[in-house]
Each structure stands twice: as C-alpha cells, then as structure tokens.
Design a protein around this ligand. Structure first.
Ligand SMILES: Cc1cc2nc3c(=O)[nH]c(=O)nc-3n(C[C@H](O)[C@H](O)[C@H](O)COP(=O)(O)OP(=O)(O)OC[C@H]3O[C@@H](n4cnc5c(N)ncnc54)[C@H](O)[C@@H]3O)c2cc1C
Length: 488
C-alpha cells in the first residue's frame, strides 16, 4: 500500500491549485481524479470569468477569496503561461428600477475593496459597445477572462513536474480513519495518507459520508451555454451582464467573450436531481438565445456552433434562495480531513486564494519545508499559428511534423498534437488533446481532425483502437472494427 503525506481527492481547479501550492514544498502528495484528465467537472464547464468580487456579501468567504484570488491572476498567468485578459465587465440596467441594483452592487464592491467601479450612462456605454443598448451600466474593469481548463491543466502539470503524483481514472470509493492515518480505498487499489483534502466538488458530501454523517446537503444546479463562432467576435468588447437574478443565487445569463474570440451565452440556472445530468436541451438553448438577443439585438442564430453545460455545487436549495457561503474547514469529528464544500462560483477566481488557506490548515499538521529545486514554468509556449513566418519555417525545416496541419479550423500541427499527448499527467483522451492545443475546437468541432488525431494516437503512442476515449474513462471512441484493412 503506497503511503503519502497528503492525498487530494479531486483534480478540479481547487484540487489542482492545492497540489500546485504543495508542490513547492517537501511533501509527498497524491491527487486522485476519477476522470480521464484534470478539470473533468465544473472546472472545465463554466464561464471562465475572473470575477472582481462585487457579487458576494461583504465578510463572506466568497467575497474574501474572490478578491484575493483576483489579485493573484496576472502573476499566475505570467508564470504558469495560461492566457488571461482583463476585458472588464458591464452590468447593464434597462430602467431606473434596475439602476438601484447597480448602485447596490457598486456599494458592495466598494465595501469588498473592489477598485475603479463606475456607473455610466447608456449613451456612453453605446460608444464602447455599439451593439448593446441600456439605460445605465456599472463598469467593472477588474474582471477578466481565462480558459478555465487551461488554468487547471497548467497548475496540475506544473505540480506533476514537481513530483506530485496524479492518478487519473482513479475513483475514491472508501475512506477509513485509522489512528494517525487515513486508508483510502480506490478502484485501483488502496493508499494511505496523513491528511486528506476533500476537493471532490459535487461529490464532496459522498466523501464526508465515508467517515462521518454529513451535516449538509448538495443541490446540483445546471448551467447551460451556447458557443458562438469566432466570426462574430466583434459583437462585444467586454463582458455584458444583466443585473443578477435574485431568486437563485446566480448572476444571470451573460454574454462573455473568450480569449480566442468565441462568445459564450449563458449560463442558465436549473436545479436538477441528478448531478451527472450534463445534457443541453433544445428548450434552454432557445431561451438562452432569446435572452441574449434582448441584450444584443444584432445576434444572428447561425452564429451558434456548439453548446455545453456545467453543474454548480450548491449548499442551499432552490426553495431557500440558492445562496450559501463556502465551507472551507477541517472536520470537527475526523482530524486531518480538510473539506472544501459548496465551492461554486466564484470558485475559479477564488481557487488560488483558497489553496493558500488550505496550506495554512495543512501546516498545522506537518512542518512544510520549501523545496530548493522547485521548477516554475516560464511563460506560455506560442502556438504554431501565432508564430512569425520565419519561426514557423525554421521549425518545419527541423521537423516536418510542424508542417502538417491536423486541425484546419484552428491551424494546429501534428507536432502540437504530439506535445499535447506527451503531457506530464499522462492524459490521453481526445479531449486531453483538445484542451491542450485546441485541435477540435473550431467551426467543424473535430469533424476533420479526429481521424488524424486517432492515427497519431495509434501510430505514435501505441494506443489501441479499443482503448481510445473521447473524454471520460468509459467514453470509447470505437465499438469494434467494421472491417480489417489489408496491406497490399
Ligand atoms: C455554470 C457554471 C459557471 C461558473 N462560472 C464561473 C466563473 O465564471 N468564474 C468563477 O470564478 N467560477 C465559476 N464557476 C464556479 C467554478 O467553476 C467552480 O467553483 C470550480 O470549478 C470548482 O472547482 P472544484 O475543483 O471544487 O470542482 P470540480 O471541478 O467539479 O472538481 C472536482 C473533481 O473531483 C473529481 N471527483 C469527484 N469525486 C471523486 C472521487 N470519488 N474520486 C476521485 N475523484 C473524484 C471529479 O471528477 C472532479 O474532477 C462556475 C460554475 C458553473 C457550474
């Protein structure tokens, strides 16, 4: 049975941020992730917004960690090499009644130490956002955008490069507290650890219930999105939010630019019984489109290229208003079990600050000594399509795989696909490739590149046709061969 000092359950942004912080210290750490890659849950499927901190009540943990996390992002992006833009956010009021809400949000923001907030007349907003009409708007310049999976992958990969062990496709199925240790039962064997960090997102209650009676419930709440084609990127310059919906403890359907120029519409908010129910529905797609069109009348239907959904981990039911604060605490009954409960929005923003808080909790149990050989990633590696012609041709001259375009829509080369498949976590699904180098993310959504990626997986990584997966442990791409190909 392998023994670790710290075991983290869940390789979402929270587990990965904690793993990254721990990887700076001389600690033996393991991360169990039941998905085929990190960012398999909410950390992949959200708006990717780095929030400013105006939406959570002053003195709440959500406000504290959001504001702290927000202030860390520029440095994190520069060092870990993920893309990040301060695009800013408009919260728009359609009438005088909604203007009151803008003033309330501004006051909350000021109390939470969010700088540079300003209420601006609709006519001024129109100069910046010609496709948006409103009565007034609150300008929030300290809101930014990232690709949430890119951030999570960057944290996890750098942690793995610094000796944190990531066990993908490994589900924790039992937990036993012994005298000074936990025995952790997984579907791939048993392990021991001194400290267990429960960062299992929607499954946080299930993990607690393995050792004690949980004193909380989880209420899954689905948010669906539409993705627009890059050709429509000029419709907006910043994020456009309505005033928040009071009843559900969510921010309402907003319109968000992404770093690569796609636009996101969503998320909806629908409390659901089954936390696994990630479907997108025709009804919700048309509701989202209708709501977005109220904000941007020029929005054409043909701009929509795809849809996805993410599930919020709420600790408050729809009936009780849907809002509850985070619970970041060591169990009172099970020493050494650190629980991260109800980490819904702004959890992506808050993750780096939450990770530092968890470090303080861990340091009460063990002495944390800094490593002197910690290898920090140094900035972002440019994609082939972003390189000047000279750099491109030098690469192709040395290695012809740089000259073979695998994904036409996003202009991704064979060499980039190979680099993505060589990741330090050992993630080998089609999605692992997509989220590392964007092959399959364009207009045709993998229609052209899938066959080429499959060939690379088979020929260069020895992955058998029967073992190829789309994104999760059982999502096999092929059922069986329909015919054998004979070599002439
Ligand atoms: C629709 C939506 C929009 C959002 N928008 C934003 C936003 O714009 N900005 C923002 O700051 N926040 C946003 N959030 C919140 C943010 O996405 C979450 O707070 C954050 O991703 C939570 O991360 P996590 O690591 O706790 O959970 P997850 O990402 O869900 O990770 C938990 C991981 O644990 C794994 N796991 C579970 N059980 C087990 C087990 N038994 N064994 C092994 N592994 C297990 C899962 O596979 C999963 O990968 C949004 C969330 C949603 C749903």
């Amino acid at each position: 049975m392998k023994n670790f000092q710290v075991a983290i359950i869940g390789g979402g942004v929270i587990g990965s941020a904690i793993a990254w912080e721990l990887s700076k210290y001389k600690v033996d750490v393991v991360v169990f992730e039941m998905g085929s890659d990190v960012a398999s849950g909410a950390s992949k499927a959200n708006s990717g917004v780095i929030h400013s901190g105006i939406n959570s009540p002053t003195d709440s943990l959500k406000a504290r960690f959001c504001v702290e996390g927000n202030s860390m992002f520029q440095t994190l992006a520069d060092t870990l090499g993920f893309q990040f833009k301060w695009v800013g956010k408009w919260i728009i009021a359609k009438n005088q009644h909604e203007e009151k809400e803008l003033n309330r949000l501004q006051n909350v923001g000021i109390a939470n130490n969010v700088p540079y907030l300003k209420v601006i007349d609709g006519s001024e907003v129109e100069k910046k956002e010609p496709n948006v009409s409103c009565y007034k708007a609150l300008w929030v310049p300290t809101a930014g955008i990232i690709f949430p999976y890119e951030f999570t992958i960057a944290l996890a990969e750098n942690a793995a490069e610094n000796n944190v062990k990531f066990l993908l496709e490994t589900k924790v199925i039992g937990l036993k507290k012994q005298r000074n240790n936990f025995e952790i039962l997984t579907d791939k064997g048993n392990f021991q650890a001194q400290i267990v960090v429960n960062a299992a997102g929607l499954n946080c209650r299930e993990i607690v219930s393995m050792v004690e009676e949980p004193d909380f419930q989880v209420y899954p709440c689905r948010g669906e999105y539409l993705i627009l084609d890059k050709n429509y990127s000029s419709l907006i310059n910043s994020m456009i939010y309505p005033v928040p919906v009071k009843e559900l403890g969510v921010l309402g359907v907003h319109i968000t630019p992404t770093i690569e120029g796609n636009i996101l519409i969503g998320p909806s908010a629908e409390f659901i019984g089954d936390a696994e129910d990630k479907r997108t529905t025709k009804e919700m797609m048309s509701t989202l489109f209708k709501e977005a069109k109220e904000i941007i009348p020029a929005l054409p239907k043909k701009a929509v290229i795809s849809a996805y959904s993410g599930i919020r981990c709420k600790l408050a039911s729809e009936k009780s208003g849907g809002w509850a604060d985070y619970r970041i605490e060591e169990s009172k009954h099970t020493t050494g079990l650190i629980n991260l409960l109800g980490i819904e929005s702004p959890g992506l923003t808050a993750a780096p600050a939450i990770a530092r808080e968890v470090m303080k909790m861990i340091s009460k149990h063990m002495e944390l000594q800094k490593k002197n050989n910690f290898k920090l990633k140094k900035g972002r590696i440019k994609r082939f399509s972003e390189m000047p012609l000279k750099e491109q041709s030098d690469l192709v001259k040395n290695d012809e795989r740089w000259g073979r375009i695998v994904c036409r829509c996003e202009q991704i080369t064979e060499a980039e696909v190979i680099n993505a498949l060589s990741n330090p976590l050992g993630a080998r699904s089609l999605s692992a490739v997509k989220y590392r180098c964007r092959a399959g993310m364009g207009r045709c959504q993998g229609g052209f590149c899938t066959q080429h990626i499959v060939r690379i997986m088979e020929e260069q990584f020895n992955i058998g046709i029967d073992d190829m997966k789309l994104k999760s442990p059982k999502s096999y791409l092929f059922e069986k061969r329909t015919r054998e190909v004979k070599d002439d």
